[in-house]
Design a protein. Sequence first.
Length: 221
Amino acid sequence: MGLVKIHVYNRETTGKNENRRTRAAGHIPAVLYGNERASTKVQLDVTEFTRIMQKTGGRSVIFDLDLEGESENPLALVRELQQHPVSDEFIHVDLLEIPRGKPVEVEVSVYHEGEPQAVKFNEGAVMQLLDTVTVSCLPRDLPEQITVDVSGLEINDSIYVRDLVTPAGEIMTDPELQVVVLKAVSLFVEEEPVAEGEEGVEGAEGEEGAEGDDDGDKSDD
């Protein structure tokens, strides 16, 4: 994905009441820190930030901050994101500045594509065991996602982290971890259940026919 540009505005006020006013005005209170920078109070446009997060899912995003008053745009990752527990509205963002020209380690989403023959014939199912891997690369080269083709898998075949290919940088996650595995689909033919006591009744009827009506009265005891 590389860099995502976003406008950032200075914020002079703090406190719960002021933050409520900031949100009411269509902005999200935020803090920018790191890279030998003192914590800086900023705010983001809620519409712009929400659109970016919905489009990217929030993963593998490095923001190119168009910060007013600075000659060079800082780069930053979302370090912490607070959302309203009911509405999911973004209420606060912590941005961690990262140095330009140096590799960063970021979680990148992993997706699988293709359809194995076993899946086509309902004999197998693809199970994804790992959704992200850590990639180290320059910010401008950060991939949006890593995709792996599973169409050639057979039952019990697996794809490991070591099998993944990133278009840039290096995958730092343990290479022996499984990413996806193709499992067999077990088909069970359920027998019709026997009603409780039915077998005993049948047996009693057989005995009754053999021994006479006197034994039949015992069933009421």
